[in-house]
Design a protein around this ligand. Structure first.
Ligand SMILES: Cc1ncc(COP(=O)(O)O)c(C=O)c1O
Length: 487
């Protein structure tokens, strides 16, 4: 079907033909042609980054970024639910696992949900500036710093949004803000990453042309024909962005009072103009009849949607459905509402001197249970009972829960870092909830005077206890948490 008004049409009013013709006349048509370096440097300058690496597509750019960062089998990379599939495929191409996070109402990745998906295997997050709308890069960068993650921006739809991640990847496909027909480009401030991406895109041939390849690489080269074309587009980019901005305003004005349509939040640069429509399919059909092309937005890719995957180790607990347990006559002391597991974010058994893993496990468990910190009456923590360990644990608890809940410990009973201590601790919490009071045997009723556990009080409370947390389940590492509610 041809449309009078296409969803996208390239704006080719500059030096495109002249530069391509020059490349043909000089015979410099492969990746080594004269336009390549100019395009790479001028595109990098445009984005405010130091280095540009041009390649064959946006998908190739994302794949090069993943490989350059050393991401591979066993690693997880967080990608948004709502994007074009290449974002997730690039992760899969390098053998890693994409972990999907739903989008917020503006269609960019929901940063609140993002943190819940971080596991010790997470190596990177790929924010996508959907339709030219900037993700919350301040929050994403803060999380990335906290959990030591790489940030790879998928800027395929966002030429003109200044990147702030470690690498940003742009597409130059025909319908993008600027184009080379096909093509992609990565930008970064890191010279080593840029060098690595150049090496990988060119089959790891190396400077000596020995054809001895030091790694499995790709032919993701861009031709000089494309680079010339892209350079001509780049020369016009300010004009193109301004024109698109005008189009956006015209749509906003024209569509704002139409029943059944809801305008979307503004974009920083306009790629596709998006709008929510109550009767979407009917509207698309009607517009097609008028010669106007529209696109129905893609569905989320993750069939399981927002499922939470718990880390290993919680397996020390044999959990049973409440219905099954009661049906066989079992007594249900407590019901697990949510669970989280974390270490220091990257190393399965590394110590966690800041207590960030404890904190994160707790927050995840609470969020998973759908409860706020103020719901928790009792915490049973597997502290180390040392001046070092207990302080870490106690501070992390206070950061999440304040100083309200009664905190106890089973440390003296089971020993440190045994898987059994996890089961023990959960059982202890369950019994506390069943009895609705803290047993006088709680380990932390006697505080080590050297430890500044000002948040901890082991005194039994008379008030009923309905929600408890068992933290640091001790499965060969640290920092898992269960949220249990009275059964
Ligand atoms: C968000 C996003 N990521 C990646 C890509 C892939 O770019 P390309 O088509 O150049 O491979 C696209 C392009 O459609 C995209 O919209």
């Amino acid at each position: 079907m041809t449309f009078t008004y296409q969803a996208s049409r390239p704006y080719l009013t500059g030096n495109e033909s002249a530069y391509v013709a020059e490349a043909i006349e000089t015979g410099m048509i492969s990746a080594r042609g004269p336009y390549m370096q100019r395009f790479e440097q001028e595109f990098a300058d445009f984005t405010g980054k130091a280095h540009g690496v041009a390649c064959s597509s946006g998908t190739a750019a994302l794949t090069l970024a993943m490989r350059a960062l050393g991401i591979g089998p066993g690693d997880e990379v967080i990608v948004p639910e709502f994007t074009m599939i290449a974002t997730a495929w690039a992760v899969t191409y390098v053998g890693a696992t994409p972990v999907f996070v739903d989008c917020a109402d503006d269609l960019t990745i929901d940063v609140d949900l993002l943190e819940r998906k971080i596991t010790p295997r997470t190596k990177a997050v790929v924010p996508v500036h959907v339709h030219g709308r900037r993700c919350d890069m301040v929050a994403i960068t803060r999380l990335a710093r906290e959990y030591n993650l790489w940030v790879v921006e998928d800027s395929a739809e966002a030429h003109g949004i200044a990147p702030s991640g470690d690498i940003a990847c742009f597409s130059l496909y025909a319908n993008k803000i600027i184009t080379a027909g096909e093509g992609g480009v990565c930008v970064t401030d890191d010279a080593r990453l840029a060098e690595r991406m150049v090496h990988l895109r060119g089959m790891a041939i190396g400077g000596d042309h020995s054809f001895l390849h030091d790694t499995l690489a790709y032919n993701f080269r861009m031709t000089s024909l494309q680079a010339g074309f892209a350079l001509a587009q780049l020369e016009k980019i300010d004009e193109i962005l301004a024109m698109r901005g005008t189009i956006e305003k015209r749509y906003d004005a024209g569509l704002q009072d139409i029943a059944g349509l809801t305008l979307m939040p503004p974009r920083e640069v306009l790629w596709m103009y998006d709008v929510r429509a109550e009767r979407r399919d009917e509207l698309c059909e009607f517009l097609a009849g008028e010669g106007i092309e529209t696109r129905a937005a893609s569905r989320p890719f993750d069939a399981a949607r927002d499922g939470f995957v718990a880390a290993e180790g919680a397996a020390v607990l044999v959990l049973e459905r409440v219905a099954d347990a009661t049906a066989r006559g079992g007594r249900v002391h407590a019901v697990v509402r949510g669970y989280g597991a974390a270490t220091d974010a990257h190393h399965a058994t590394a110590p966690d001197p800041e207590g960030r893993g404890v904190e994160r496990a707790l927050r995840t468990a609470l969020a998973d249970a759908g409860l706020g910190p103020s719901a928790v009456d009792h915490v049973n923590a597997h502290g180390t009972s040392t001046p070092l360990g207990d302080v870490i644990e106690a501070r992390a608890l206070r950061r999440v829960l304040g100083d309200r809940p009664v905190v106890t410990s089973t440390k003296g009973v089971t020993g440190h870092s045994l898987a059994a201590s996890g089961a023990m601790e959960a059982a202890y919490t369950a019994l506390t909830l069943a009895r609705r009071s803290v047993p006088p045997t709680a380990n932390l009723t006697e505080l080590d005077p050297r430890v500044e556990l000002d948040v901890v009080t082991g005194a039994p409370r008379s008030a009923q206890i309905d929600v408890g947390v068992s933290t640091s389940l001790g499965f060969g590492g640290h920092n898992a948490a269960l949220v249990l509610t009275a059964g």
